[in-house]
Design a protein around this ligand. Structure first.
Ligand code: NAI
Length: 537
């Protein structure tokens, strides 16, 4: 009996005869019929769980249009509304009440060969704060982009949400809230159990930490990232390594890539040295400090001492310029880049910009509109081409819009935002925006780690991913843009993955013996041959 005969009765004849184009086009037309972003999000989630290949073909072929509905900005609303729009589970749920049994629960997950897990505790989702278990949609969204953007096989991905309670009063009082109705607990033992359980149940799994509040983010990255810092299980097996934090490292890489290209454009216009920079970071959380540290590394790898590099940075938080002597107790992650005692104490962003006269202003503050007209106009007054990156997500938390930045700088701005902005026409000229979002880097970093079988994700691998991204622009992009256009994401991810895998091999953390001795072209070819390429019937 032919396949078509066997399938009769399961689908209408036109689907059996139709092939790829039909199912993808049908899904697209259904998507277009939905009125609001959240309806589109719900439709796409259902499509992903019922017709995986159709969903991913649709996503890959329409990535620019569909990305905003599976990721930022819509995913922010999906996290907020999670308990209201819930249909069926799409992430592994681990509750604090199940401590002591996490490995057993994980073993129930139907897929066994997991290569990458994205885990959040929901404590700091985008710039929206503590959203409890609604944060699982961030893990789902990231993994959707690992599949669509890098070609990691969907069966090898695992979204995880840790339910450790929530401090969000609205959720605690919401009868529909699906998570534990208790105040959030912070418990290193629970995290250790989670980490060792993942390592035991899914041996080849890379763990990506996502949207933890900043102190936890830095703490757990330090605790688990190196094999030498390994958590030791009861049977004496070390379980460190095989993890990274995307908010700290992935964002650091993507913004370093954009920054390298931005200073090239700015230096070409002003004639000043590429390295003659004063950079104000508005926001000193995990993303702000993560990006700043990645830029510090760029300067130290290019001839500056650590002290000289640090002098270029001005970190700002909700209390103003971060200094050693402003009178409050600084958390560890801010100390690395605080200004030394005895200098000025500035409180407002306007004061800081006026006095520091920065070449670059980078926003990771969650304060929408913080780069106001006065601040942006000052930047344009001081610099031929000011670099302004309002990177907070989702869109309404962006420190300024692309349209305002173009208008207030008379088109001179070099701009990148975290969430997408449409092109702007100003004085008859059209300007294309840049999206400085870590989805340009994490899919390639993950793919490179998985295929090289890296047992650690070290600084060289992250740094190389940034260089690979900054060098990936083609001739239609490099004169005006900072990043490659999104429709090339799969090729760009393969290129990034190649450099990450090479760095892993060079530093001795790659356990895939095949890589040693391969040329760059051969590694790229190998990586491309492994990319999932859906072809729905
Ligand atoms: P966080 O909560 O750890 O840090 C926020 C920082 O902003 C804190 O240092 C806080 O003191 C500061 N801040 C808050 N109010 C302020 C005010 N009025 N004035 C000055 N500073 C103020 O958050 P995290 O993880 O660092 O993320 C920050 C933002 O960056 C979020 O909106 C997030 O969505 C976005 N982000 C964007 C990424 C991208 O790829 N574009 C990647 C990661 C994060």
């Amino acid at each position: 009996m032919s396949t078509a005969t066997v399938q009769r009765g399961l689908a209408p004849a036109s689907i059996l005869q139709g092939g790829v184009v039909d199912s993808v086009q049908r899904a697209l037309s259904q998507l277009n019929a939905k009125d609001t972003p959240i309806e589109k999000y719900i439709f796409l989630s259902q499509l992903r769980s019922t017709a995986k290949d159709t969903f991913y073909r649709l996503l890959i072929d329409n990535i620019i249009d569909i990305c905003p509905y599976v990721y930022t900005p819509t995913v922010g609303a999906a996290c907020q509304l999670y308990s209201n729009i819930y249909r069926k589970p799409d992430a592994l749920y681990l509750s604090y009440q199940d401590r002591g049994h996490l490995a057993e629960i994980m073993s129930n997950w139907p897929q066994k060969d997991i290569r990458i897990a994205v885990v959040s505790d929901g404590s700091r989702i985008l710039g929206l704060g503590d959203l409890g278990i609604g944060g699982c949609q961030i893990s789902v969204g990231k993994l959707t982009l690992y599949v669509g953007g890098a070609g990691i096989k969907p069966e090898g991905t695992l979204p995880i949400i840790l339910d450790m309670g929530t401090n969000n009063e609205a959720l605690l009082n919401d009868p529909l809230y699906l998570g534990l109705k208790m105040k959030r607990v912070y418990d290193d033992e629970f995290m250790d159990e989670f980490y060792t359980a993942t390592r035991t149940v899914f041996k080849d799994c890379l763990i990506q930490f996502e949207d933890f509040s900043s102190e936890s983010a830095f703490k757990y990255l330090d605790r688990y990232r190196y094999k030498k810092n390994a958590v030791i299980s009861n049977d004496g097996t070390p379980y460190g390594g095989k993890c990274f934090n995307d908010d700290i490292q992935g964002t650091g890489a993507v913004i370093l890539a954009g920054f390298i290209n931005a200073v090239k454009l700015a230096s070409a216009a002003s004639g000043r040295s590429l390295f003659d920079q004063r950079i104000v970071f508005f926001g000193a959380g995990s993303a702000g400090v993560g990006v700043a540290m990645q830029l510090v590394e760029f300067f130290t790898r290019n001839g500056f001492t650590l002290e000289e590099a640090k002098q270029k940075f001005y970190l700002v938080d909700s209390k103003g310029l971060v200094t050693d002597d402003r009178g409050d107790k600084l958390p560890e992650h801010k100390k690395a880049l605080s200004r030394k005692a005895g200098g000025p104490q500035y409180r407002t962003l306007e004061e800081i910009v006026e006095n520091v006269r920065p070449t670059a202003l980078i926003g990771l503050s969650t304060v929408g509109g913080a780069f106001n007209e006065k601040v942006v106009r000052m930047m344009a007054e001081f610099k031929t081409r000011p670099i302004i990156f309002p990177l907070s997500n989702p869109s309404h938390l962006s420190e300024c819009t692309f349209e305002d930045a173009i208008k207030w700088t008379n088109g001179k701005v070099i701009f990148a935002s975290g969430s997408p902005f449409k092109a702007v026409t100003y004085n008859s000229k059209t300007y294309e925006s840049n999206q400085g979002n870590n989805f340009l880097s994490f899919p390639g970093i993950g793919l490179g780690c998985i295929l090289s079988k890296a047992n650690e994700v070290n600084d060289d691998m992250i740094y190389e991913s940034a260089l690979a991204l900054s060098e990936s622009l083609d001739e239609t992009e490099s004169a005006t843009l900072l990043y490659p256009r999104l429709h090339r994401i799969r090729d760009v991810s393969a290129t990034i993955a190649t450099r990450v895998a090479q760095a892993a091999a060079k530093t001795g953390v790659a356990e895939n013996e095949k890589l040693y001795g391969m040329s760059t072209e051969q590694i790229l070819e190998y990586i491309k041959s492994k990319q999932y390429n859906p072809s729905p019937f």
